[in-house]
Design a protein around this ligand. Sequence first.
Ligand code: GLN
Length: 545
Amino acid sequence: MKKVRYIFVTGGVASSLGKGVSIASIGALLEARGFSVTIQKMDPYINIDPGTMSPFQHGEVYVTEDGAETDLDLGYYERFTSANLGRENSVSTGQIYHSVISRERRGEYLGRTVQVIPHITNEIKNRIQLLAQMNPELDFVLVEIGGTVGDIESVPFLEAIRQFRLDQGGDSTMFIHLTLVPSITDGGEIKTKPTQHSVKELLKQGIQPDILICRTALPLDADVKEKISLFCNVTASRVFSAPDIDHTIYEIPQIFHSENLDEEIIRYFRIENKSGEYLMNLNPMLSKWDQVVDVFRNPRRHVKIAVVGKYMALHDAYRSLYEALTHGGFPRHIAVDFIKIDSEKVEADNYRDLLKDAQGILVPGGFGERGVEGKLLAIRFARENKIPYFGICLGMQCAVIEFARNVLGFKDAHSTEFDPDSSHPVISLMEEQTSVVNKGGTMRLGAYPCKLREGSLIADCYMQPQIQERHRHRFEFNNKFRAAFEKAGMLLTGLSPDETLVETVELDRNLHPFFVGTQYHPEFKSKPLSPHPVFTRFIEKSAGL
Ligand code: GLN
């Protein structure tokens, strides 16, 4: 079996320093050197998963191929690397306790007292090791410990990784600590004290960091690095700065590379080739990241996309969606600017004004009735004015409702999610779903295959007859209405292979230049190095190309 190396990333001083993006960027650099990596997130909250949390609190729920509802950081991991993540990559305190308590109820602890050490910490360690057991080809397992060092919640995780190093030895484990190095006044004196305290906090848990990555406004100079090195007991060559970025998070792999972070990781683990030299080969993949960054630096044109949704105040609530739209501009060097519109504020007397600058309109996924009427107004505006439209999940369902009401003349058409008594329930629960009552984990989740009608707009985007995309919803297009929609020009061009489920809808090309709805969430599969074809086409059409 290959020797697998573990890199643990903790965060200190403040939350939201970008641990997820940092660890994903390290993953990208290791992959660029030819290593196989996976990334795991440890979330200290008690929820089993974020599936039932409000996007306002926790940002979007990221769905993996195998249908796990996970933290949005997994989205960064998949966008920056080619790792295929699944349920095992997302761990929460809730899951850990749930499995330990279930085992206790089954009597598997044979009468022993069940305790945080060793039972909870063992369970955490097992979860870390599971990934390498499942994939013996892995070179690196990167583990992000959520939260900030010093939080009560993260203590068992820190204890578990401390033990992990004791079990595995220092030559296969590394601790990276991401901290903040602020300056009191703009461009003024740089303060290392918070970092010193944060490292002390880690030391209290028995963890001496091997590498420090310091978030700063500007790159740290040698003197500051020396000072941090001295006080934190980390060699100066292993103190890195992560300065604020100019354009895009996709610069971060290059920034880390220019600071030699990837090289230091290779040295630390003493990864050598057969002749005993460190594996320092140049980075073939970095040129691709260069191209991505170049689009941000030198866009050839801009396009304005209106996103009409419920959680507009928090960018993270639709994180993957904004990323996918941005990637969609890459092939033609188009910078995508967002017009964020709160659907609850869209009314009959203001929608024209709100949408007047939009070159393309997108309605994202969502739950609950709030704002639905505003979304319907925006969709009608896009349909009637031939503005490119892309509806995702609820955005597709709303496009179906709008068409039913305003084209087919079914005035009370609705989804049974919002109006169970509608006489035209164009979106409804499948028969077999009607008995479902639990809220968590009761949806159609994860990847399902879908076949595309030859010659359709959507098939032209993908350029293949069958695709596989990720879902997260309960309600479906109601098959009773298929014929009526097709006849009037809303074509049901993507179906499940057994043809029982409608997966995509589109307006006949003679009626509209680009009007597409997908029951699935394509945004989860878009990456900067391989933008998603439907987003790419949507952006091109919106830019008038
Ligand atoms: N609320 C809708 C459903 O459950 C749509 C879900 C979504 O947009 N993700 O089917």
